[in-house]
Design a protein around this ligand. Structure first.
Ligand SMILES: *[C@@H]1O[C@H](CO)[C@@H](O)[C@H](O)[C@H]1NC(C)=O
Ligand SMILES: *[C@@H]1O[C@H](CO)[C@@H](O)[C@H](O)[C@H]1NC(C)=O
Ligand SMILES: *[C@@H]1O[C@H](CO)[C@@H](O)[C@H](O)[C@H]1NC(C)=O
Ligand SMILES: *[C@@H]1O[C@H](CO)[C@@H](O)[C@H](O)[C@H]1NC(C)=O
Ligand SMILES: CC(=O)N[C@H]1CO[C@H](CO)[C@@H](O)[C@@H]1O
Length: 348
């Protein structure tokens, strides 16, 4: 499995409406104004935003059809309600809840039993860890117990018990399973992709003289931080790394007046809260009910964690993921463009 927190995002259903995320450092953002649909305006029943060119303003109305429940946001154009894209609920993996075998994915060799999808047992064949029962990994096409903390032989996190990740070394024997979030600032870490390592205390890492090392907690100089382009969104420099810093992005908000803000780093407000809940999940026994490749999957977390813990985690997950889009936005606009965030905030 992908070791970055980004793997959470990939399965995320909330990628609709990213139109303002600027990736070009040199371009100044051209953000719009957003407000509620006026009573005097007539929308087609699938329109969720009407763009008024003269005012550079979007008038929004939430998608209320159960079938076409997402607003596909377009830049400087009208937006339309589309079907739930991608699907909110997928098939279940081994360890996840089901009513019938039809609910279970192709990874579940033994179908649905007593409300839970059943994968291959120890000693049975597999193609990937996804096919094995929770607590097992796929090694040489056979499901075997996951590697305990402190033992070598891992290639990816899913080889390790669910509260540990693989600290990759030159050889597989030397690649040892480490508990998540335990390597101190500025110490070496085996694996670092996109400056993210869940083995680091801070969750972030950097290449330093040919070695990956954990960063200290990465923060913005201010939250919220207004910006005009990405270059204004670097994290506070770390003198240890030659004043190295991470690059954030400047993004538009769905605000009543055009505004843009920097995205969050792991140490900032909602992101820090999200990590706090992620650590709680990792330390809970519930994580062991999930398949090794699904340890951070929202569906599995929702299946087994208490409702209140899950709801709070999910809220902070979206509050950091969707940041800064909902800043200074009216409820009707947030509900139209960020319906999951809007609902999660109510549930939290
Ligand atoms: C839109 O309105 C038409 C006519 O009232 C209706 O037939 C259709 O089902 C509606 N579509 C949606 C998605 O609500
Ligand atoms: C947007 O909707 C308005 C009102 O329905 C319509 O007059 C306008 O032509 C639409 N614009 C586009 C680009 O489709
Ligand atoms: C099982 O059925 C119940 C009742 O219809 C439903 O609420 C629940 O979501 C279903 N669970 C799964 C995993 O499909
Ligand atoms: C790092 O930044 C500080 C404060 O701006 C400065 O005093 C220091 O010289 C810088 N160090 C390096 C190695 O650039
Ligand atoms: C693996 C790694 O170190 N990636 C990036 C971390 O951040 C610095 C500064 O933004 C980049 O230069 C690295 O490429």
């Amino acid at each position: 499995m992908d070791r970055s927190l980004n793997s959470l995002w990939m399965i995320s259903i909330f990628a609709v409406g990213m139109q303002c995320l600027n990736t070009d450092v040199s371009t100044t953002l051209n953000c719009g104004s957003y407000t509620c649909k006026l009573n005097t305006q007539n929308f087609l029943n699938t329109t969720c935003a009407y763009y008024n060119y003269q005012q550079s303003k979007y008038y929004t109305r939430k998608c209320s059809s159960r079938v076409l429940n997402y607003c596909l946001t377009l830049n400087q154009a009208n937006s339309t309600c589309i079907g739930n894209q991608p699907l909110t609920t997928g098939y279940a993996w081994p360890g996840e809840k089901c009513n019938t075998t039809v609910d279970c994915s192709s990874h579940c060799a033994h179908g649905c039993n007593s409300g839970v999808c059943i994968g291959s047992f120890q000693g049975e064949s597999c193609i990937r860890t996804d096919d094995c029962q929770p607590g097992l990994r796929c090694a040489n096409s056979i499901c075997l117990p996951q590697i305990e903390i402190g033992r070598g032989g891992c290639v990816t996190d899913s080889d390790c018990v669910n509260h540990a990740g693989c600290n990759n070394a030159q050889t597989i024997q030397d690649s040892v399973c480490y508990p998540y979030y335990t390597i101190s600032d500025h110490l070496p870490v085996g694996y670092c992709k996109n400056n993210i390592s869940m083995l680091c205390d801070s969750g972030n890492c950097m290449l330093n003289n040919g070695v990956f090392e954990c960063m200290k907690l990465v923060k913005s100089s201010a939250v919220p931080k207004t910006c005009n382009d990405n270059s204004e969104c670097a994290s506070i420099p770390d003198p240890y790394f030659n004043n190295g810093s991470l690059q954030g992005a400047c993004a538009c908000a769905f605000s009543t007046e055009p505004k843009s803000y920097c995205t969050l780093f792991a140490g900032d407000s909602y992101s820090a809260e999200k990590v706090k809940y992620l650590k709680k999940w990792i330390q809970s026994d519930f994580i062991n009910k999930c398949n090794g490749a699904r340890r951070f999957n929202l569906q599995c977390i929702q299946n087994w964690w208490t409702k209140s813990e899950y709801n709070r985690y999910f809220y902070y997950f979206l509050a950091s993921f969707d940041y800064p889009k909902y800043l200074d936005s009216e409820d009707c606009v947030t509900e139209t463009f960020l319906p999951d965030y809007y609902q999660a905030k109510k549930n939290a």
